[in-house]
Ligand binder design. Sequence first.
Ligand SMILES: Nc1nc2c([nH]c(=O)n2[C@H]2C[C@H](O)[C@@H](COP(=O)(O)OP(=O)(O)OP(=O)(O)O)O2)c(=O)[nH]1
Ligand SMILES: [Mg+2]
Length: 140
Amino acid sequence: MLNTVPDQTPRLHVAAAVIYSPEGAILLARRPEHKHQGGLWEFPGGKVEAGESVLAALARELQEELGISAIEAQPLLQLQHDYPDRSVLLDVYSVTAFQGEPQGCEGQPLAWVTRDRLREYAFPAANQPILDCLLDSAAD
Ligand SMILES: Nc1nc2c([nH]c(=O)n2[C@H]2C[C@H](O)[C@@H](COP(=O)(O)OP(=O)(O)OP(=O)(O)O)O2)c(=O)[nH]1
Ligand SMILES: [Mg+2]
């Protein structure tokens, strides 16, 4: 008999931020080795909790992971990616103003990177459309 149970892996909803310094550099954080996609560089953020808005999740994650308060955030892009072990929906925002000095509150290394050097960092596979977007952008 055919297995008629639909293959529906729940998709993990994640809010992530492309955070700009006043000089236009972008903040990257290195994921801890033991986590999913560990050791790779990411745009800070994390899981949207049940009943939470994406912007509230973004603000909460930036506070928890970096100790900063987002002041201005604009939607940049939304993308889906299926890893062998997990499916994600990344909701990516540009954060162009924030309060506080970002710190790796969870011990994660941080790097301020100019757009022309983004290619030197290893990202999770899901991030390719974000990088394409940032590298294609003719803005500033
Ligand atoms: N924050 C972030 N997550 C990303 C990026 N690219 C990418 O594939 N992901 C994936 C990795 C993870 O599977 C998921 C984020 O989940 P996470 O485990 O970091 O979530 P979290 O910050 O809430 O962490 P935790 O409390 O569950 O430990 O999204 C990215 O650029 N930024
Ligand atoms: Mg996170």
